[in-house]
Design a protein around this ligand. Structure first.
Ligand code: SF4
Ligand code: SF4
Length: 103
């Protein structure tokens, strides 16, 4: 079973930027109310550049039970982020969670 459903660390560690064309406004799937403008061509998940960062779409408690409120509509960086990757383990470390091994 994926460790992600009891983690969520990556959703509260990194800026999540993607093309404006991934937003609903421009024909994509990411809800417009959850994004902020970065440049004319780039959007960011709201909250991911806050201090501390936490995506506005994330519900629950990091390291306990979490969920992405827009899982089916999440942007490409979230779809591509690999469980067990170096970045994953950096995020987990940041939140005091043990590194994943064996990926
Ligand atoms: S930090 Fe890694 S284990 Fe945690 S939710 Fe993200 S991909 Fe999954
Ligand atoms: S959109 Fe979902 S998967 Fe992506 S950072 Fe936000 S909560 Fe995490």
């Amino acid at each position: 079973m994926s460790a992600c459903t009891s983690c969520g660390a990556c959703c509260a560690s990194f800026r999540v930027d993607f093309s404006v064309f991934e937003t609903q406004e421009r024909g994509g799937s990411v809800p417009d109310g959850l994004v902020v403008e970065v440049t004319s061509s780039t959007r960011r998940m709201r909250g991911t550049d806050h201090t501390p960062p936490r995506c506005a779409a994330l519900t629950g408690k990091i390291g306990a039970t979490i969920a992405c409120g827009i899982y089916e509509w999440r942007p490409s960086p979230c779809r591509e982020f690999a469980e067990g990757s170096d970045a994953c383990n950096r995020a987990r470390n940041r939140h005091g969670l043990a590194a994943l091994e064996g990926f």
